[in-house]
Structures are given as C-alpha cells and as structure tokens.
Design a protein around this ligand. Sequence first.
Ligand SMILES: [Zn+2]
Length: 127
Amino acid sequence: MFKKGNKLYSILTGTCPKCHEESMFKNKNPYILSEILDMYETCSNCSTKYKIEPSFFYGSMYVSYAVGIAFATAAFVISFFVFNAGINIVFTSIVATLVVFLPIIIRISRNIWINFFMHYDKSLAKK
Ligand SMILES: [Zn+2]
C-alpha cells in the first residue's frame, strides 16, 4: 500500500504528485518553521508546475481543518480512554497536540490538497 504509485506515498512523503520522485519542499524537515512553506516552483524530474493557479495552496486550509480534527480526536481518544484523564488534562492534551503537530498538519494538508488535482503518471517516473 505504501509505495510509489499510491497517493498515500505522495501525501506522507511530500513528493511530486505526478512522478513521486522529487520532494516538493525545499527543506524536508517541517520543524524548520521559517522554511515550512518554501516549495519548488516545478518538479526537477518531470517539470510539473505545483502552483497550478495563483494562491493555489490557500485551499489547503480547508484540508488542514479536517486533518486538525483527526489529530485532536486522536489526542482525545488516547488521553480520555487510554489514560482515563480528567477534562482539564484532556483539553490540555488536545491543545498541546495541535500546537506540537502544527508543522506536520500544514505539510500534510498541502500534500492532500495537491493530490486532489494531480494524479500519478507512470510514464513520468524514473525508469
Ligand atoms: Zn515530478
């Protein structure tokens, strides 16, 4: 399931949605906050233009809402059902989770957003 040709591969690794060969981001580490949104204009392998229209990645904000809810739900389930924490601890753990994972949520949202519009093309991948 987790290999080239699958959308999940591009979403989780941040690689080009068409060829799955090159990273879209200049710095692969999302926790370097000053470079979190720095992306290449085009793919160096298949020259796909990532920003297919002006302000294209603003749409990833819609996705980040859903991804944030997923992280918050996971934090709730773990702290409430696994650790039997009280309401204050549960609330704190949800907020802490959203803050700590924010860079990852931002990157994953962009990857999901661009994968809505572009699909893997086997002919563009390296042989
Ligand atoms: Zn590419």
